[in-house]
Structure formats: C-alpha cells, structure tokens
Ligand binder design. Structure first.
Ligand SMILES: [Mn+2]
Length: 324
C-alpha cells in the first residue's frame, strides 16, 4: 500500500454508522491536485421531466457507500492502495436556473479534469452527464458505454426545450463531445413515444442493445462488443440506476420493469477492466422514492465497481511508468 494515498476510515476503529458521511469513508478534500480519481457529487435534477428527487442522490449514496470495504472480492483490486482517491464534495449547482446549473457543473468538473484527475460522479439526473462530458471531452470526442433503460437521445420537450434528462446524449453528439460510432447503449426498454424514437440515434451510428438482446446473449458477449465499440480509446461510462429492475432499485424517477439484476450489472461493470475510462457516473438515484436506502446502496456499490476498474487502470499505468 502506498502510505501517501488517502485511506478510508477503518471500520474496525470507527464503526460504519459513525463519523462524517463521505464517499467510501474517504477524506473530503477541497482541491483535486495530487489525486488520481476524484469522487464528486452533482446534487442537481433540473432536467427531470417527471418525478424529481435525484438532487438528493449524492448525499444518500455517500451514506450507503459506508458499507464498501477495501478490496474487491472477485478481482482482488484494492482501489485505495492503487490510486489516490478522495471525496471532492459536491460541485456548485443552481436549482432554479438550468443554464447556470449546467455551467456550474461544467466548471467544477473542468477543475478536476485540468488537474489530470479522473472524475467519478454521483448524480443528479442524467442531464448532469452533459456538462461533465463538456469538461471531459473538451479536447477531443470520447466514446460512451451507457447503461440505461432509456436512450436519452430525444430532441425537445415542452415546446422547444432542448435540455432535459431525456436529451443529453443527442446534445453531446451535436456538440461533438461523443463519437457516435463509439457509443453503445445497453438495457434499453420500456414504452416509447414514437415507433421510430431511436431512429436518430441509430442513424448517427449508436449501437443500441435492447434488454431482450442482452437477455439472449448475456453479459460476457455483450461486454465483448462494448469493448470493441470503445475501441481502446478514451471512453466515458455512465450508469443510470433505472437500468436496474425497479424491484432492486425503486428509488428513481422513471422506473421501467424488466431491468438488470444487481448481479448482472456488477458482472458487466467488472468486464470494463482495461477499458480506457476517462470518467464515469452513477445517476438518477432519487431517495424520496427509495425504500430503506436499497437504491442508494445499489448506486454506491456500482460506484465501487467502477472505482475498482478505474483504479486498476491507474495502477497499471503507474507500474508501466516505473514507480509511484
Ligand atoms: Mn438515463
């Protein structure tokens, strides 16, 4: 273990229910300088079209993340030994002004990216991924591995409003933040507004794997394709908690039955090992609709899964560069 890296509070010394609530019980820091990975909250749901509440997601995911331990039980990755990781707190938001909210989120993320640090974010609704991508993909478009019940590539809502949590990936492609031929969406399902609702996405080159195809093929085959789509190039990973079945993740604004089990989702995230992840998020956890914190626990656990594959990359890069 690198003694210079931040470590979680030891649960054998201070019990998990005690102390300040931070992501994974790590120290809270004000500056990203010196970190490899920054855990950050984005408490904003100004893009939500139906049941709001994801603004409360980061605080509850911090709370439930106190259950995470130091070592991944399958890969044996010990993220806090491989990478310097801390809780950067929440980015500044504006709950009553959408454009200012997006600008503040982008500015907060840009500070992390400028320090050469990988952001792992807790949303917030799915529109929060757009300003994160504006920061992460400022220099060049990135690929996207996207777990969701919804494609989130619609055009406008309520007249001509282009910014909602149903539109972020259309906007991101229009803005040149994503290379659409390196975008894959997994788990899409549920009723749609129009028979050709996903036509625009397909025309751009986005690969959509509907839930039915996932069930036929399974995690390993689907993730082999996802890795091909990512193509060994910089890739962002976004995990909408509504990709999970509402029986295991009821605390979300737009639930769709017939979703992933938590086991299937964990299996897929583990198969991201080695993908060049330049940032990631878990979004749409809405505590007001949750039951006993189960959705926030699922969200925090998916963050830990993502953290382990990201930290393994950092560790490999550091070993290649020859020394910590
Ligand atoms: Mn979504």
């Amino acid at each position: 273990m690198n003694a210079a890296f931040y470590q979680p509070v030891d649960a054998a010394v201070v019990p998990r229910f005690a102390g300040l609530s931070t992501f994974m019980r790590l120290p809270a820091v004000a500056s990203p300088v010196g970190l490899d990975i920054a855990l950050a909250g984005i408490p904003w749901d100004g893009g939500t079209t139906n049941r709001a509440g994801a603004r409360h997601g980061p605080r509850e995911m911090r709370n439930q993340s106190s259950l995470m331990r130091r070592v991944h039980h399958v890969s044996k990755v010990a993220p806090f030994s491989l990478a310097n990781i801390a809780d950067m707190g929440d980015v500044s938001v504006n709950p009553i002004d959408l454009q200012d909210g997006l600008a503040r989120i982008e500015a907060g993320m840009a500070e992390i990216v400028a320090a050469g640090v990988l952001p792992l974010c807790a949303g917030g609704d799915h529109l929060t991924t757009l300003p994160v991508l504006r920061a992460v993909a400022r220099a060049r478009p990135v690929g996207l591995i996207h777990f969701d019940a919804h494609s989130d590539t619609n055009d406008t809502y309520f007249g001509q409003n282009p910014y909602t949590h149903g539109t972020p990936f259309r906007r991101a492609i229009e803005e040149g933040l994503l290379d659409p031929r390196r975008v894959i969406q997994i788990g899409i399902r549920g009723s749609i507004y129009d028979p050709d609702e996903h036509g625009w996405a397909r025309e751009q080159g986005i690969r959509i794997i509907y839930m039915e195809e996932f069930v036929r093929r399974g995690s390993a085959d689907v993730m082999a394709e996802a890795r091909d789509v990512a193509g060994g190039q910089p890739t962002y990973v976004t995990f909408d908690i509504d990709s999970l079945d509402p029986s295991v993740a009821p605390g979300t604004g737009t639930p769709e039955i017939g979703g992933f089990t938590t086991r299937e989702a964990q299996e897929m995230l583990r198969l991201l090992d080695g993908v060049d992840i330049v940032g990631a998020d878990v979004v749409e956890v809405s505590p007001p609709f949750d039951v006993g914190g189960m959705t926030a626990l699922a969200g925090a656990t998916m963050m830990f899964e993502l953290l382990c594959v990201m930290a393994a990359n950092v560790g490999r890069r550091r070993a290649t560069e020859g020394g910590a």
